[in-house]
Write a protein that binds this ligand. Structure first.
Ligand SMILES: C[S@@+](CC[C@H](N)C(=O)[O-])C[C@H]1O[C@@H](n2cnc3c(N)ncnc32)[C@H](O)[C@@H]1O
Length: 209
């Protein structure tokens, strides 16, 4: 597959940041993945900071990562984890898997970056079996008018610097529009960058209807 996602500088920054996360962020990753089992797909895995947090009942993880530098880091993380993780070069909006091939899907800080969020979610809906789950931890548009306005203003500029990442997406709504039913969702602000464009987060689980 041709390299459709190439952000060499952003990729190095993302890997650098992921390698230095503290316990609070690690807890959020663990929360996102807790209770998963069976065959799981993770889109936009980056350098693989989630890998070590998957629970043991996950018998196979397919990690999709289209950016070459991050994919190489993810392959190393997969090897180091000693777990059944396969790293694949593909994009979220065109997943090379059969309908209903997975028990669950995971999206962490990636639905902000997929060029077409509806297309990526439609693909996740297709490859997760009916009754399966989508686990998500994403930064989203804020609920305060002031913050949402700021996000809309700065989003195009930030996207150029941060690998296409849009700060102004209503990802919770998009998840439901794609045919998932959100069963639990925690909304919070990252306090250290409060009022900054990526501060509002959602973390939760949705059922594939
Ligand atoms: C901010 S990083 C997050 C990486 C990782 N999920 C994490 O939690 O650290 C965004 C990721 O989305 C990936 N990405 C961008 N466009 C994508 C697409 N169309 N399909 C799948 N992944 C994509 C990037 O390569 C990058 O790995």
């Amino acid at each position: 597959m041709p390299a459709e996602v190439s952000h060499p500088l952003f990729a190095r920054l993302a890997a650098f940041i992921a390698a230095r996360e503290g316990p609070v962020e690690e807890d959020r990753r663990r929360d996102t993945l807790a209770g998963l089992s069976g065959r799981v797909i993770e889109i936009g895995s980056g350098s693989g900071p989630n890998f070590r947090h998957y629970p043991d009942p996950v018998r196979e993880l397919v990690a999709v990562e289209p950016e070459a530098h991050l994919r190489a880091r993810a392959a190393e993380a997969a090897r180091d984890s000693g777990r059944p993780i396969r790293v694949v070069d593909a994009v979220a909006d065109r997943l090379p898997f059969e309908d209903g091939a997975f028990d669950a899907a995971v999206a962490v800080l990636v639905l902000c970056s997929a060029p077409s969020q509806p297309a990526a979610l439609a693909e996740l809906h297709r490859v997760v079996r009916p009754g399966g789950e989508l686990r998500f931890y994403e930064h989203v548009v804020g609920t305060s008018t002031r913050l949402a306005l700021l996000q809309r203003v700065v989003a195009p500029g930030l996207a150029k610097v941060f690998g296409g990442c849009r700060a102004d997406r209503d990802t919770g709504r998009a998840i439901e529009a794609a045919g998932f039913k959100i069963e639990r969702c925690r909304r919070f602000l990252i306090r250290s960058i409060n009022e900054a464009p990526a501060a509002p987060r959602i973390l939760g689980a949705a059922r594939r209807v």
